[in-house]
Every structure is written in structure tokens, then in C-alpha cells.
Design a protein around this ligand. Structure first.
Ligand SMILES: *[C@@H]1O[C@H](CO)[C@@H](O)[C@H](O)[C@H]1NC(C)=O
Ligand SMILES: *[C@@H]1O[C@H](CO)[C@@H](O)[C@H](O)[C@H]1NC(C)=O
Ligand SMILES: *[C@@H]1O[C@H](CO)[C@@H](O)[C@H](O)[C@H]1NC(C)=O
Ligand SMILES: *[C@@H]1O[C@H](CO)[C@@H](O)[C@H](O)[C@H]1NC(C)=O
Ligand SMILES: *[C@@H]1O[C@H](CO)[C@@H](O)[C@H](O)[C@H]1NC(C)=O
Ligand SMILES: *[C@@H]1O[C@H](CO)[C@@H](O)[C@H](O)[C@H]1NC(C)=O
Ligand SMILES: *[C@@H]1O[C@H](CO)[C@@H](O)[C@H](O)[C@H]1NC(C)=O
Ligand SMILES: *[C@@H]1O[C@H](CO)[C@@H](O)[C@H](O)[C@H]1NC(C)=O
Ligand SMILES: *[C@@H]1O[C@H](CO)[C@@H](O)[C@H](O)[C@H]1NC(C)=O
Ligand SMILES: *[C@@H]1O[C@H](CO)[C@@H](O)[C@H](O)[C@H]1NC(C)=O
Length: 816
């Protein structure tokens, strides 16, 4: 027997030996979350119908696109009927979505690529922090720079259209599988993130796609179920919501996106009030194209097209992936669009002008962003990596002659490392556990600490390896991923420290950890937990995966300096948060490819943490409301209904409305320094202190983002923020508005309406300034179909989280 084997036997017997305080060997079975909403017939009668809004408005080029619109119109006049059908219908090709070239008119076609945190189908491209991380940074500049850098990579690979950013899901439910692709359940924060991201992406000359429109708040039954003959047996889930909730929550960030001149909006899989996202005339013709004055094109989610002429008349402009047939089924050349459009126009069912408008809407952003002037050709390596439409499925040859496997990463690694660190939220820090002070003995625990064992491109949950991103079409292909363990070892070497690690969660959770480490208790125990989420399924638990809570219990029972780091899609309940030996907790979300370096920068204090929660962490999973509907087990075709009966009460709006205690409130985040606020001042932007309750009449044609008066700054609120500690850091002052009782019932107690990230040297003071726009002070009046500022005193509160509001003021914008 070799000595190594002897040693192994020895430690195995140690492991099994009963010791005082040893944990139970059996791990708890987690009961997956399942929910079916009780049928409320009063709501059933109130909803379940989406009003018809026709015809579909023509693009006007408003918002600065008139010259591009003229070019697009000129282009359309040169197309044959067959070319027109192809301009609005996807085709199998090298990209995730493809519009065919019209070589005769020097139009190279369009390449559409996933997704919101990276160009997914690509090599030698970067993986950026996920949307939830960008939101957790609360940093507008970071959001813009992230968008710009992503846009540069898409362009470098020859992708005209980026399929992101995401504002649907907004995050109605903490469980929703795709929340991390988007930003925050707060519409204001998400709205800012949408606008900044789109500005960045489009500055790089790439078209952004705001998705998924709208009320796409769960993954379960997002598409219909079919029988063997592809007949629908159960329709997709219907999100049933009232008009005020639509405007004040779900539509809000899309208004920012449209105002930022987003090129495209992707209609969603789900139904809204019983009508599919891609053929719902109320949301597409009504809300998006009329009210918000959207000038770009509506593309379907992949397989989200449910009809030809009806969808087109409801406002859909492009069918994706088109030639792959309905519901993502590979069926050669068939599409509700394509040849059906030519036929429908020629027999008079569909107006030629509507088809022309579809193409004008597609080509206007193309010209507006200068994509007709020297745009790079599609990287041929995309075609090799594209499993969605592999070459065997192509119906035509593509001209892939440019250089292959182009490296588009530039210096983005530095940016990603900084962005990942800037998004880390310090939730707890007792006894100044952090930053680490040159520890000589470090113990690292958890299967999230090490190298990924399932390759650099994982779209499914896996046990061993760190999470830099979630799964599904919103993931990225890592050219490399810095694991926490790798980065800790590199940094600890500077202190000649001992680094020991255990990555098997089952082992850690069931073992007395003192039997693992040598020679004595480590200076610090770093526990890395992870929580997977992916497209196509909702989370079944708000605990971290792989017995995360038991892993922490096991380590904290023996290590009085336990620091927990989570890599997670979003909210986790943290039952160990009050454990006296858990000295620090960091929520690191999905930081992208520099993950380990980002977290080490924060752990060792090279970066002072400044992230804040973009959602609420509740005490208990059962404290969250608005769960997704996941457990319908009846077979009726209409049985998947999701009633948004909580209305405006999602996330902190709900906890506040019901005075519920939470673990960590929305907007919360610690720093290695301290900050103070003082001197709240409010100034009217105009000469008068008071303003009209209603905005000036909307201009015609409609402007992108809707009535420009809604975006007028009416008041400026300022405060002094001071770094009262001994190290430099960045504060995130936040402004919340409380509408008076003259606004209709259901108004949330507080709503975020301003924030900024302010870097401050130790001892330094600066002024933070919040611009309150008309929309920020209004509620949506359903009867008047207008944003209205309520009469009376509007409360203004400024602080460092939704429940740490130290400065209070008020504005009377409209006298009662
Ligand atoms: C859905 O139905 C509710 C109740 O009738 C209505 O207020 C709302 O405007 C409808 N929304 C859509 C998009 O159909
Ligand atoms: C769109 O423009 C065409 C002319 O190009 C016109 O015939 C049609 O009525 C317009 N549609 C709408 C909804 O205004
Ligand atoms: C027309 O649409 C139907 C589905 O509605 C599809 O089966 C058919 O293949 C389409 N025709 C063409 C020419 O794309
Ligand atoms: C016109 O063509 C469309 C698409 O092929 C078809 O669905 C529709 O039934 C046709 N209508 C008439 C009146 O022929
Ligand atoms: C193929 O693309 C290259 C540039 O990317 C261009 O020079 C060439 O003319 C194209 N060939 C065809 C047949 O379109
Ligand atoms: C992890 O630890 C458990 C419990 O000791 C053991 O059964 C399992 O085989 C280990 N897994 C690996 C991959 O070593
Ligand atoms: C904290 O850790 C120490 C070991 O350093 C241990 O003795 C103590 O029981 C732990 N506390 C708890 C509450 O588990
Ligand atoms: C969580 O909920 C359970 C059951 O409602 C309750 O017993 C427990 O005290 C709650 N935990 C916390 C931390 O509030
Ligand atoms: C649906 O299934 C759950 C268990 O998953 C069960 O508790 C419930 O009674 C079932 N509901 C109906 C309507 O069959
Ligand atoms: C919450 O607390 C506030 C202030 O204490 C009180 O006015 C309000 O009625 C409470 N709401 C609920 C739902 O208990």
C-alpha cells in the first residue's frame, strides 16, 4: 500500500469518526417550489381580453431619423415582391438570425446575434458581467461603457444586431429564470440601465434590441404545448395585467429604450390578456408604436410568431428565425411570413403599404447607424459555432469570405474586471473582517470556487466550477474564466500564505471541517456559493444550490471568521446571515470572465465595494409575493393564466406596502468607508414653483419615448454627500418619491426616482444632483390615459437604501 493511499484511508476514517458537534450525515431534501394561482373569477371577468388597436402606424423618422427614413424608403422602392418578403423573414444562415443579402442593391443582409452579456456564438470575444451585475453597480457610466464595449465586439464580428438588452422579465417574481439577463425589478433602475446600454451599443454602430415585450415574467409555459402533430394543446401562459400596472412598471423601462432610439424591440413568447405578444395589437400598435412613438422594427422572439397577416397587422415587422418554421421546428423554408406575405399582398389581404413600412422600419436604423458604410463582414467562425442553424440547414450559400476567428476583445478584460468588482454588494462586514489583512492561512470552500469542469460554454447547471454567467441564449462562450481559487492563490502568494481548498459541497456539508484543515484554524474561511438560472425554466428555490446553506453552517460552526461569497442570478435567502461566525457576506452575482480577479480585488481592498442590491433580500422565501405560475396540472387549453393581481406591489413596493421586515432592503450595500448625507435642497426648473398636473399635449408625429413633456426636468434635488471614513470609496445616494393620497389607491409607499454613484476621497464632500422629470412625479391615470401629477405634497426622501432614508423633503408641484 503506497503511503498516499494510507493517508487517504486515515482521513476517510477521520471523516467517519463521530466527533462532538459533528453534523448529521444526511442532507435535507429541498422541496422544489410549485405554485398555481387560485382562480379568482372577479379578476377573470375583468381581464382576459386585449383591445384591438389598428391600423399599424407608419414610421415617420421622428427623433432624428428623417434622413435615414428617406434612404430606407428609397431602398424599398427598388425591391421586388419576393425580396420584400425576404427582408422581413429570417433565413437559416451563419448567425442566430439572418436576413438575406440583396447583392444587386449592395445590401449585405443582416446578422443578428445573442445576447445581452456577450456575443454568444463567437470565439475570441469577451463575456461581460450580466445585467443583474450592471444593475448592482448603480453606475450609469459603467452601464454605458459596458454597452459600448459589447457593441464594439458585435461590430467586430460583423453582427449588425445585438439581441439585448433585457427589460422583460423586469423581475416580478424572485424565481423567474431570466431575471439576471435583465437588470432590476425596479422600473426606474432598469429604465436607466436600458437607456445607457442602448446608447453604448448603438454608439458602436450596432443595433440594440429591447426585449422581451412585454410582461414576459416567467419561463414556465412561456410557449404553448403541442401534440405529436404540432397542434396546440395548451396555450402559452397569459400575463393578465391592468393598464396602470402596465404603464408604471412593465412598460416604463421600454419607454426609456424607445427614447434612446433603440433599433428593435422583440415581442415575447407569452400572451398578454390572452393575446400572443407578437400579435397583440394593443401592445404593439397601441403602446409601442403609437404611445411611445417607436420608430424601429418589432422582431419576434425565436418561434414566437403565431400568425402571418394577423401578426403583421398587429404590428410585428420581422419573423425570426423565419425559415426554420413555426416554434423553432426545423421545417424547410416554411414561415408564417415569407411566401405567405407575397401571396397575401397579391390577393389583396395585406396592404402593400404595411409591408413597405415593415421594411422601412428595418432599414431606417441600419442607415441611421451608418451600417451601410463599411460594416465588417460576418466572421466565418460564427457559422462553425452556430448550432442553431448549422450549415446542413442552410438553404442558400452565404458569402463568408472575411478573416475567420477575429479577436475582438481589445482591452475589455480590464474593463470587465473593474465592472465585476464595482457590482459586488457587501451585505455584512462584522469586526472589519474585510478587507483581508494579509492572512497567512486561507481556507477556501465550495464548488463555486474552482475551475469549471464542464467546459467554457455551459448552458446547463453543473456541480463543479464557478458561475460567471447563467445559461440559455443569454450566456456567453468564455475564452477564459478566472476562477476565485485561481485568483486567491495568485494574490495570497504575495503574503506567502497557505491556501487550502475543498470544492466538494457534499463533503463539506457533512464533515467536521476541523478534520480537514491543517495545522490550526485558518485566519479566514472563504465560502463560495452559487445559484444557477437559465432560460426555459424558473428557479425552484431561493436557496443557493448544492446545499449551500449547509456548507456555510458546517464551516461557520468551526471557523469564527467565515466570509460567504455568492455567485447568483438574483435573490437568495441567506438564513446564515445572523450567524456570529459569518463575519462578511458578498453578493457577486454573475460577474463575467474576470470573476476571480473582481472578487479578490474587493476581498483584499484593492477596490472598495460600492455595489447595492437591485432587489430585496427577504428573511424567508415565503415572504416574497407574486410567484410564477408553475404547477398547473389541469389540461384545458386556456389553463395557464398568470394574474398580476399584486398590481404595483412587486419587490420593495410590496414589502413597504405591508410593512414587512426584510433581511437586506432594495438599494442596500456597505463599503469599507462610511458616508453621510446633508443639506437637501429642491429647486424648480422653471420660473414657477408649480406646474400643470397634465403634460402639454403630445406632439404629432409621436416622438420616440412618448410625449417629450414627460421627460422634462421639473425639479432638481441636491444634497451633500460626504465620505466620513478613512478610505476612498463610492457612495450611491438614492432618491425616492412618495405620491400624496390624491393619487389613486395602490400607489407604492416609496418609488425610486433618482440615483447616482459618487466617488469620494476619504473626508471629501460632493454635491449629488437628481433631476426629477415629469414622468417621475406622475401616476398613470387610466381614465384619462395620461400621466398625471397628483395635487398636494409629494414626499422626497434621499438615503443609501430604500430603508435608510435620512433626508426628507417635499414638493408641491400641483396645488390641491
Ligand atoms: C388587459 O386588461 C385590463 C383589464 O381590462 C386592461 O386594463 C388592460 O389595458 C389590458 N391590457 C392589454 C395589453 O390588453
Ligand atoms: C402608411 O403610409 C401609406 C402611404 O405610404 C398610406 O397609404 C397608409 O394609409 C399609411 N398608414 C397609416 C396607418 O397611416
Ligand atoms: C405559410 O404559412 C404556413 C403556416 O401558417 C406555413 O406552413 C407555410 O409553409 C408558409 N408558406 C410559405 C411559402 O412560407
Ligand atoms: C390570400 O393569401 C393568404 C396567404 O397565402 C391566405 O392566407 C389567404 O387565405 C388568401 N386570401 C384569399 C382571399 O385568397
Ligand atoms: C463577398 O464579400 C466580399 C467582402 O466581404 C466582397 O468583396 C465580395 O464581392 C462578396 N462576393 C459576393 C459574391 O457577394
Ligand atoms: C464528494 O463527497 C461525497 C461525500 O464525501 C462523496 O460521496 C462524493 O463521491 C464526492 N464527490 C467527488 C466528485 O469526489
Ligand atoms: C464559532 O466558531 C468557534 C470556533 O472558532 C466555535 O467554537 C463556535 O462554536 C462557533 N460559533 C457558532 C455559533 O457556531
Ligand atoms: C420563516 O418562516 C417560517 C414559517 O413561516 C417561520 O417559522 C420563521 O421564523 C421565518 N424565519 C424568519 C427568519 O423570519
Ligand atoms: C396539482 O398537483 C398538485 C401536486 O403537484 C396537487 O397538490 C394539486 O391538488 C393538483 N391540482 C389539481 C387541480 O389537480
Ligand atoms: C405600515 O406602517 C405605516 C406607518 O407606521 C402605517 O401607516 C400603515 O398603516 C402600515 N401598513 C400596514 C399594511 O400595516
Amino acid at each position: 500500500m503506497a503511503p498516499a493511499t494510507l493517508l487517504a484511508l486515515l482521513s476517510a476514517s477521520l471523516l467517519l469518526a463521530p466527533s462532538a458537534g459533528a453534523q448529521s450525515q444526511s442532507l435535507p431534501q429541498e422541496v422544489p417550489f410549485a405554485y398555481v394561482q387560485p382562480l379568482d373569477t372577479t379578476i377573470l371577468n375583468a381581464y382576459g381580453h386585449s383591445p384591438p388597436v389598428y391600423p399599424s402606424p407608419n414610421a415617420t423618422g421622428s427623433g432624428g431619423w428623417t434622413a435615414a427614413l428617406a434612404k430606407a424608403k428609397a431602398f424599398v422602392t427598388k425591391l421586388t415582391p419576393e425580396e420584400k418578403a425576404l427582408m422581413v423573414t429570417g433565413y437559416p444562415g451563419p448567425c442566430v438570425g439572418n436576413i438575406l443579402a440583396v447583392p444587386r442593391l449592395s445590401f449585405p443582409g443582416l446578422c443578428l446575434q445573442d445576447g445581452p452579456l456577450a456575443i454568444r456564438v463567437a470565439d475570441y470575444a469577451s463575456v461581460f458581467p450580466a445585467g443583474v451585475s450592471a444593475a448592482a453597480s448603480w453606475d450609469r457610466t459603467l452601464m454605458y461603457e459596458r454597452g459600448l464595449a459589447m457593441g464594439q465586439e458585435f461590430r467586430g464580428k460583423g453582427a449588425h444586431v445585438m439581441l439585448g438588452p433585457v427589460a422583460g422579465p423586469l423581475g416580478r417574481s424572485a424565481y423567474a429564470g431570466r431575471n439576471w439577463e435583465g437588470f432590476s425589478p425596479d422600473p426606474y433602475l432598469t429604465g436607466v440601465a436600458m437607456e445607457e446600454t442602448i446608447n453604448g451599443v448603438q454608439k458602436a454602430g450596432v443595433q440594440a434590441t429591447a426585449k422581451h415585450f412585454i410582461a414576459n415574467e416567467q419561463e414556465t409555459q412561456r410557449n404553448p404545448s403541442f401534440d405529436a402533430n404540432f397542434n396546440i394543446v395548451q396555450e402559452a401562459v397569459s400575463s393578465n395585467l391592468d393598464d396602470r400596472t402596465m404603464h408604471e412598471l412593465y412598460l416604463w423601462p421600454f419607454a426609456n429604450a424607445v427614447r434612446a432610439n433603440v433599433a428593435s424591440v422583440m415581442c415575447s413568447y407569452n400572451r398578454i390578456n390572452g393575446s400572443y405578444g407578437c400579435e397583440n395589437s394593443k401592445v404593439l400598435n397601441g403602446l409601442l408604436k403609437t404611445e411611445l412613438g417607436f420608430q424601429g422594427y418589432v422582431m419576434s422572439d425565436w418561434g414566437g410568431t403565431h400568425s402571418g397577416v394577423p401578426g403583421i397587422e398587429a404590428g410585428q415587422d420581422m419573423d425570426m428565425p423565419g425559415g426554420l418554421g413555426p416554434y423553432g421546428m426545423i421545417a424547410t423554408g416554411s414561415s408564417h411570413f415569407g411566401g405567405n406575405i407575397t401571396a397575401a399582398v397579391s390577393n389583396g389581404t395585406l396592404a402593400q403599404s404595411r409591408v413597405d413600412d415593415m421594411i422601412v422600419r428595418i432599414m431606417t436604423p441600419y442607415y441611421a447607424l451608418g451600417q451601410d458604410r463599411g460594416f465588417p463582414a460576418v466572421d466565418p467562425s460564427s457559422a462553425d459555432l452556430n448550432t442553431f442553424s448549422p450549415r446542413s440547414k442552410w438553404l442558400t450559400e452565404f458569402n463568408l469570405t472575411g478573416p475567420s476567428s477575429r479577436d475582438v476583445r481589445g482591452n475589455h478584460a480590464t474593463l470587465i474586471r473593474e465592472q465585476g468588482a464595482a457590482a459586488i454588494v457587501l451585505l455584512k462586514n462584522e469586526n472589519n473582517a474585510l478587507p483581508l489583512k494579509a492572512p497567512k492561512s486561507i481556507a477556501v470552500f465550495g464548488n463555486d470556487a474552482g475551475e469549471d469542469t464542464m467546459g467554457s460554454y455551459s448552458t446547463r447547471n453543473f456541480e463543479y466550477g464557478t458561475l460567471g454567467a447563467g445559461g440559455g441564449s443569454g450566456t456567453g462562450r468564455f475564452t477564459y474564466l478566472v476562477s476565485p481559487l485561481e485568483a486567491i492563490k495568485a494574490r495570497a502568494a504575495q503574503d506567502q500564505a497557505l491556501v487550502q481548498s475543498w470544492l466538494n459541497n457534499t463533503l463539506i456539508a457533512t464533515t467536521d471541517v476541523t478534520t480537514l484543515w491543517i495545522p490550526k484554524t485558518p485566519d479566514v474561511c472563504l465560502v463560495f456559493l452559487k445559484t444557477w438560472a437559465e432560460e426555459g425554466g424558473d428557479r425552484t428555490s431561493l436557496n443557493s444550490d448544492w446545499y449551500g446553506n449547509e456548507v456555510v453552517s458546517s464551516v461557520a460552526a468551526k471557523c469564527s471568521n467565515t466570509v460567504v461569497i455568492t455567485h447568483s442570478s438574483g435573490p437568495n435567502v441567506l438564513p446564515f446571515a445572523d450567524h456570529p461566525n459569518v463575519t462578511a457576506i458578498l453578493a457577486a452575482h454573475y460577474p463575467g470572465q474576470e470573476s476571480g480577479n473582481s472578487v479578490v480585488d474587493v476581498l483584499y481592498g484593492a477596490v472598495n465595494p460600492s455595489g447595492h442590491l437591485p432587489y430585496t433580500i427577504a428573511l424567508n422565501a415565503s415572504d416574497y409575493n407574486a410567484p410564477p405560475t408553475t404547477a398547473v396540472n389541469t389540461t384545458g387549453i386556456e389553463d395557464w393564466q398568470s394574474w398580476f393581481s399584486e398590481r404595483l406591489e412587486i419587490d420593495y413596493r410590496y414589502f413597504d406596502a405591508h410593512n414587512l421586515s426584510v433581511r437586506y432592503p432594495f438599494g442596500f450595500g456597505l463599503s469599507y468607508t462610511t458616508f453621510a448625507l446633508s443639506n437637501l435642497q429642491t429647486k424648480a426648473a422653471g420660473k414657477q414653483q408649480q406646474v400643470s398636473a397634465l403634460p402639454a399635449a403630445s406632439q404629432q408625429p409621436a416622438q420616440p419615448g412618448g410625449n417629450p413633456a414627460l421627460w422634462d426636468t421639473l425639479y432638481t434635488v441636491t444634497a451633500t454627500v460626504r465620505n466620513t471614513g478613512r478610505v476612498d470609496g463610492a457612495a450611491v445616494p438614492q432618491l425616492y418619491v412618495t405620491l400624496p393620497s390624491s393619487a389613486p389607491a395602490g400607489r407604492p409607499p416609496r418609488q425610486l426616482r433618482g440615483f447616482d454613484k459618487i466617488a469620494l476621497k476619504a473626508g471629501q464632500s460632493r454635491t449629488v444632483s437628481f433631476s426629477l422629470m415629469r414622468r417621475d412625479l406622475s401616476y398613470w391615470d387610466v381614465g384619462r390615459q395620461e400621466w398625471v401629477i397628483p395635487a398636494g405634497e409629494i414626499g422626497i426622501a434621499v438615503g443609501f437604501s430604500s430603508r435608510d432614508l435620512t433626508l426628507m423633503g417635499k414638493i408641491t408641484a400641483v396645488v390641491a
